[in-house]
Ligand binder design. Structure first.
Ligand code: SF4
Length: 490
């Protein structure tokens, strides 16, 4: 059974009712009392009030320790992002970072010196508990009463203490979730996963443009559909815009990996923008097919999602000739002008089997339909779907890393669900809900083609903070495709 460790009776009272399924253990204040409590080597969560050190941490905020520091080597707390994410979803103001344990209450100049250490908060027990339980799963949550500029010995302390205990009470149901998620697990990583050649090329293009031309470099829409990638490039000087009209005349503009319609290119030319085209070559191939078919006077059935930027860009190549076909029902209904002069093309990031079902209906209804010369659904989409299907078979739950607007990531979730395995799309570890993990001993992990691989690694690391993890990698297709950069930045 997991242990919920508190030092003060008021802390224990704040969490006792909500944190069911955990053994409550009251140590008393300070490392000596923790040592005297002879804590068993069990998974443990230390909860209570604490003092803020960082100026960003205010009374009533909650600090989740990513590391506890004391008079020995620091102890890393690997499940912290999962816990912090769960607490944020409860509406609490949560910070994640190092927590420092001291033997005495630190005030005045000592407190100021501690604040300069980079720790977010200070307490008196967390480090001693970490030492007592050894390598068992561990977590620390502190709700803040006092700060460097609002020390304990001040008139407002009772009110701040009340707020901190209220925050602690609000945390308690999450402690129970953490406790239920503690388990030894097997984790299997899908191969391949994460960045494809088109995404790497697009990100490198913005990077190189920033290097070569200096900030700001404008990017129309998200360069790839991933919030982390966009934030990272923004921090280096990229400015993301929705439309070309937002870009100052004469600036440098990068077009995103999903491709654009010719109308966007001419709008950019009208504004004298220096355009660098990061459209994935495999998307450009579909554009070229559509242009060819349109020149031949064919109606082109574009199998894809009408609200996706890639499809909108492709339609723009021949708006009068393209008919979007989103599903099998639509394929059964479409009526082209001349049923013998028809072709079809496919969005690059669709579910392979669903797209094939739609194409089969079109082929049956229109025997003369021209198919793409080679598959439009790209190698990266195909390989990632095959890989996730393989791990779904041996998983209780599959976590797919990717943003909600990433088509290929969402398809990975659907592939698992069709295989009968629950799957969740998460942007990062903070979005992994602890409740999904309860009872899930076999976790599959993958990432869409636009999601950085370190986000997958981070989730594996967090899971290892809930129990031992037996990590394996599935065998899958080896990818060695690369695309050359646009000439402006090569
Ligand atoms: Fe290109 Fe496919 Fe990657 Fe899209 S998912 S950028 S089409 S390689």
């Amino acid at each position: 059974m997991t242990i919920l460790c508190t030092a003060l009776r008021v802390e224990r009272a704040a969490v006792a009712a909500a944190a069911r399924g955990m053994r409550l253990l009251h140590t008393g204040i300070g490392p000596a009392r923790v040592a005297a409590a002879c804590l068993p080597a069990e998974p443990t969560l230390t909860a209570g009030v604490g003092g803020g050190l960082s100026p960003h941490v205010r009374p009533g905020d909650v600090v989740v320790a990513s590391e506890v520091r004391g008079d020995g080597p620091p102890v890393s707390i690997r499940s912290a992002p999962l816990l912090a994410g769960a607490l944020r979803r409860r509406g609490l103001n949560v910070h994640i970072g190092p927590v420092l344990s001291t033997a005495k209450i630190a005030e005045g100049a000592t407190r100021q010196a501690l604040a300069e250490s980079g720790a977010l908060a200070v307490d008196m027990e967390s480090y001693a508990v970490a030492q007592a339980i050894g390598d068992q799963p561990y977590a620390v949550v502190r709700s803040i009463v006092d700060t460097v500029d609002q020390p304990l010995i001040r008139p407002g302390t009772p009110w701040r203490g009340f707020r901190a205990l209220q925050a602690l009470r609000a945390c308690a149901p999450v402690f129970e979730q953490w406790s239920a998620a503690v388990a030894d697990r097997s984790v299997v990583l899908a191969t391949p996963r994460s960045f494809c050649a088109g995404v790497s090329r697009a990100i490198d293009t913005v990077d190189r443009a920033l290097e070569r031309f200096g900030a700001p470099v404008y990017v129309r829409r998200q360069i790839v559909h991933n919030a982390h990638v966009v934030r990272e490039l923004e921090s280096r000087g990229a400015i993301f815009v929705q439309e070309v009209e937002e870009v100052p005349r004469g600036s440098t503009l990068v077009l995103a990996a999903h491709g654009v319609s010719p109308a966007v290119r001419s709008a950019a030319a009208d504004r004298d923008l220096a355009v660098i085209d990061a459209t994935c070559p495999l998307v450009s191939k579909v554009h070229a097919e559509v242009r060819r078919s349109s020149t031949r006077g064919e109606t082109i059935f574009l199998i894809g999602h009408g609200d996706h930027e890639e499809v909108q860009g492709t339609v723009g190549e021949a708006p009068d000739s393209v008919v979007i076909v989103e599903d099998v029902e639509a394929a059964r209904r479409v009526r082209p002008g001349d049923p013998r002069r028809v072709a079809y093309a496919t969005q690059t990031t669709l579910a392979v089997d669903e797209a094939e079902d739609i194409a089969a209906v079109l082929r049956e209804r229109f025997p003369d339909v021209t198919a793409p010369r080679s598959d439009d659904i790209c190698y990266a989409t195909t390989n990632r779907q095959a890989a996730v299907r393989a791990i779904a078979d041996v998983s209780d739950l599959v976590l797919v890393v990717g943003s909600t607007n990433s088509s290929n990531s969402r398809r990975l979730v659907e592939v698992c669900e069709r295989a009968g395995t629950p799957a969740r799309l998460v942007d990062d570890a903070g979005e992994v809900d602890l409740r999904w993990l309860a009872g899930a001993r076999r976790i599959g992990l993958t990432a869409g083609a636009s999601a950085p691989s370190q986000l997958v690694d981070e989730i594996g690391f967090c899971l290892s903070g809930l129990g031992s993890v037996d990590l394996t990698e599935s065998s899958g297709s080896h990818e060695d495709i690369t695309f050359t950069l646009p000439r402006e930045v090569s």
